[in-house]
Write a new protein. Structure first.
Length: 177
């Protein structure tokens, strides 16, 4: 018998001062049995960082041809492709060819740094690619916010993110050009 996804609910009140975006989003998140709570919360963080009325979670881990999150316009064209972790160069290339903007949110331990050093030369050629990194300490703080029903107050200003009582600063390894 297959294990079922665990359902989490999140109410996000987002105040993105830099972009002038202020909204509340009620999210239902399915956490696949193979997904960690850390990765679940990184999906929430990615949503906070790039929130819009058109941003949505995809089928995620269960599909190879979709990112973790994406923003699509009214025609169905992907405008923002968001990947978590350390994706293959071919996956990033696919996103860069299909979307106006691509973001990779890498995180955690030494593996992310090794991945970036290995992929940097291949990925810096993409002008529409942004690569962010969240430290292991920030990931641990973020994971401490997990509960089945979450109320999160998020404020973003000048590269800093406040989620309830924690502060995070994602490092920019590569910016959009």
């Amino acid at each position: 018998m297959a294990l079922k996804a665990t359902i989490y609910k999140a109410q996000l009140a987002i105040a993105d001062i830099d972009r002038g975006y202020y909204a509340t989003h009620n999210l239902t998140l399915a956490c696949h049995p193979s997904e960690t709570e850390e990765r679940l919360m990184l999906r929430v963080l990615a949503f906070v960082l790039f929130a819009s009325d058109d941003l949505a979670f995809t089928r995620g881990l269960s599909t190879d041809d979709e990112p973790d999150l994406w923003e699509r316009d009214l025609t169905g064209q992907v405008t923002h492709w968001i990947e978590l972790g350390t994706p293959d160069e071919s996956r990033v290339r696919k996103g860069c060819n299909r979307a106006e903007r691509v973001t990779v949110l890498s995180y955690g331990t030494r593996q992310a740094g090794v991945w970036w050093e290995k992929q940097r030369d291949k990925l810096t050629r993409f002008d529409n690619l942004q690569v962010l990194y969240l430290s292991q300490e920030d990931c641990a703080a973020l994971t401490g916010q997990v509960s089945r029903a979450m109320n999160i107050q998020a404020t973003l200003q000048e590269g800093q993110v406040w989620l309830n009582d924690i502060s995070l600063i994602p490092q920019i390894w590569q910016a959009w050009r």
